[in-house]
Write a protein that binds this ligand. Sequence first.
Ligand SMILES: NC(=O)c1ccc[n+]([C@@H]2O[C@H](COP(=O)([O-])OP(=O)(O)OC[C@H]3O[C@@H](n4cnc5c(N)ncnc54)[C@H](O)[C@@H]3O)[C@@H](O)[C@H]2O)c1
Length: 322
Amino acid sequence: MKRAHKRVLVTGGAGFLGSHLCDRLLARGDDVLCVDNFFTGSRDNVLHLLGHPRFELMRHDVTFPLFVEVDEIYNLACPASPVHYQNNPVQTIKTAVHGAINMLGLAKRLNARILQASTSEVYGDPTVHPQPEEYRGNVNPIGPRSCYDEGKRCAETLFFDYHRQNQVDIRVARIFNTYGPRMHPNDGRVISNFITQALRGEPITLFGDGQQTRSFCYVDDLIDGLMKLMDAEGDAHVPVNIGNPGEFTIRELAELVVRLTGTGSELVYRPLPTDDPMQRCPDIARAQKLLGWAPQVPLEQGLRRTIGYFAEALGLEAPALT
Ligand SMILES: NC(=O)c1ccc[n+]([C@@H]2O[C@H](COP(=O)([O-])OP(=O)(O)OC[C@H]3O[C@@H](n4cnc5c(N)ncnc54)[C@H](O)[C@@H]3O)[C@@H](O)[C@H]2O)c1
């Protein structure tokens, strides 16, 4: 059956993931209302959409109520990288919690389906590996990462309470590390750090001994997963992990970036930051079963595209990718 054309609100739509989501929704024929306060996002990410007849950009902070008319809501507004969310932790937790309350209130009033961009950080420093959705996490409530981790956990609580109490039609995606074009070059995350350091010929900084693992999902795969979850019918009122289960040590990632960029950068080691998880890997069995979704883009291919983007964004010469 053909999907009806919809008017879709994307909060945080001028950010890394949000801007790709806006692209994809417009491409399939939806109207998009992009709401952002430009805290970490930028008009540059959606500049190419500004003249589009079905695209609208609104400056608004989701910690304040919003009155608009839409059919669906993707709630992505929230700084996502530790340097950004720790910059103003009180604003981060307000964005996660008040933002969720405001968007859920809007969804309730409009009878609109709403998807929350939750995070693998709800699992904290996990003691179960890989992490299935049933795992309840190992989170420090008072540490420097807590404004984000606990903010997102509280947002999930709100989503499920609005569902139980008010029958709001919710979707909750637990997003694992995602990378790709339009990431912030200075967001302090491992992929952007390594690529910018390699492209500038600076030493590549590894925290700890580099044996901690991460899984990396290419942005196109992630957006596919979010849209499939939003569109899923039946009982989709459960959290769903969306990420790439391919697991790499940080050292393996550094070596891959060195090889692909052909940089002469050396690897240097620094102390591990507080509460940095040792292992992170999604169990995606639920997404596979419920959505028929699995990531398609291998790390090396995604990195090549991302390196090309960073070289252009930083005004550096693109390496002849090896
Ligand atoms: N990128 C990842 O690897 C990842 C992983 C897990 C979860 N997520 C979640 O996905 C969402 C998007 O992440 P991203 O990587 O695109 O980050 P991002 O920082 O690029 O995007 C977040 C956007 O939200 C906007 N924003 C922040 N506070 C706001 C507020 N109070 N009102 C309105 N807009 C506000 C920012 O300006 C930005 O455009 C976030 O909710 C994040 O927690 C991302």
